[in-house]
Design a protein around this ligand. Structure first.
Ligand code: BGC
Length: 418
């Protein structure tokens, strides 16, 4: 693929391969295609994208206010009621882990008023996963905020950290025996959403070139630093957060801008993880940065439904960059996948991505598991068209229809070998 060869030569020329970042085309294939014992194999979802009828959060409100530009999540795929079926599918296919999130707006529908019934619901999800032999990976905050907290600007409230900490403490009461907890999903994307969703609410398109808002970023970093030790102490879990890794590479002449943008986009969040028990790497694609900033994905026939370049090699770039910034903190791949209507392509993408992951692991990078995004075709934040799922869902009957990629990845999981 021309674009990849070009990127590889940028990597060679500009990074000097200084941090073991030999472009994939120059690397010898890893000798073994087997993953370490105990490697976690799973898939991920997020509450608002799959549960349905989250009537009390900022996204629900946005869906009403900005319709028809923003589609409606509605019943989503009714995983609120069908989570056991979803987990059973995973377990029976050979997977060993399920990542899902708690919905803050259900647990704390009014400030300081916690719902025992909703906490019990999420505890049942944890128990069900464990009974089925799945390791639950629980995210406390995945993009949505209770309506009473505010919308995209929630994190600029003076009491935001205190309120999030209070919620995290309450959530910790049901996390006994959970081994992996992510405090906040993609704080860097959440910080982009601060400005971007204000645009959307005003009826304008989502600005895909927006950068994370630095003030929101600082608040999220503070929130993570405040809650991670509390959750760790209350539960004994490994606690970390997940960062959207952009796999940014400098175009010739773009080195200075690349360093600047990379810090704003991800390094400040990655640096925060140096004291964590693990770091969640989320990777989909890669982009070049020139002297003006991030270059939009060029129009190509193989771009995915979200318009992103087809880059299964991004995961290798992401994992190496994370190791370079964070050090020896264990890595969990908490998201990786592709929005496509062609399931053969999903298999090809994932197979190639896992090969790149193995190459990085062969260099000594400590990766503990791979959680594919996503288990189900779901509500892709305002749109239903991008299908990331290993399993399709009939949105009238909620029937789950596993795609060939689901069986294929399950068989990789069972064999623990690519
Ligand atoms: C998010 C998911 C989202 C996925 C694909 C990540 O940014 O954590 O919620 O659906 O990417 O866009």
């Amino acid at each position: 693929m021309v674009a990849r060869a070009t990127d590889a030569s940028y990597c060679r020329a500009q990074l000097g391969c200084a941090r073991n970042q030999r472009p994939s085309s120059m690397r010898r294939p890893a000798l073994t295609r087997t993953f370490p014992g105990g490697f976690l194999w799973g898939a991920a979802t997020a509450a608002h994208q799959v549960e349905g009828n989250n009537l009390n959060n900022d996204w629900w409100k946005l869906e009403q206010d900005a319709a028809p530009h923003v589609q409606y999540s509605g019943d989503a795929v009714d995983s609120y009621h069908r989570y056991e079926e979803d987990m059973r599918l995973l377990a029976e296919a050979g997977f060993t882990a399920y990542r899902f999130s708690l919905e803050w707006s259900r647990i704390e529908p009014l400030p300081g008023k916690f719902s025992r019934a909703e906490l019990a619901h999420y505890r049942r999800m944890i128990d069900t996963a464990q009974r089925l032999g799945l390791t639950p990976v629980v995210t406390l905050h995945h993009f949505t905020h209770p309506g009473w907290l505010g919308a995209h600007d929630a994190w600029l409230r003076d009491d935001a950290i205190k309120l999030f900490t209070r919620y995290a403490e309450e959530a910790s009461t049901i996390l006994d025996g959970v081994e992996w907890v992510c405090t906040i999903n993609e704080p860097n994307v959440l910080a982009v959403n601060h400005g971007a969703l204000a645009e959307v609410a005003a009826g304008r398109p989502y600005p895909f070139d927006a950068l994370p808002d630095q003030r929101v970023g600082a608040a999220l970093i503070e929130a993570h630093r405040a809650t991670a030790p509390l959750v760790r102490q209350a539960t004994g879990a490994k606690v970390g957060w997940t960062v959207a890794n952009q796999a940014l590479l400098p175009a010739p002449g773009g080195e200075a801008k690349h360093a600047e943008v990379q810090w704003i986009w991800e390094d400040r969040y990655l640096e925060t993880s140096r004291d964590d028990d693990f770091i969640g790497v989320q990777s989909y694609t890669s982009q070049l940065v020139d002297e003006n900033g991030i270059i939009a994905h060029p129009e190509r026939p193989d771009n995915t439904i979200t318009g992103w370049a087809y880059r299964p090699d991004a995961i290798g770039i992401a994992v190496r960059h994370t190791r370079d910034v964070v050090g020896d903190v264990p890595i969990l791949i908490t998201e990786n996948g592709i929005a496509t209507g062609d399931d053969e392509r999903r298999i090809a993408y994932t197979r190639e991505a896992l090969g790149h992951l193995l190459d990085a692991m062969a260099e000594g990078i400590d990766v503990r598991g791979y959680l594919h995004w996503s288990l189900l075709d779901n509500f892709e934040w305002g749109r239903w068209e991008p299908t990331f799922g290993l399993v399709a869902v009939d949105r009238e009957t909620f029937e789950r229809r596993p795609k060939p990629s689901f069986g294929w990845l399950g068989s990789v999981a069972k064999a623990n070998t690519l």
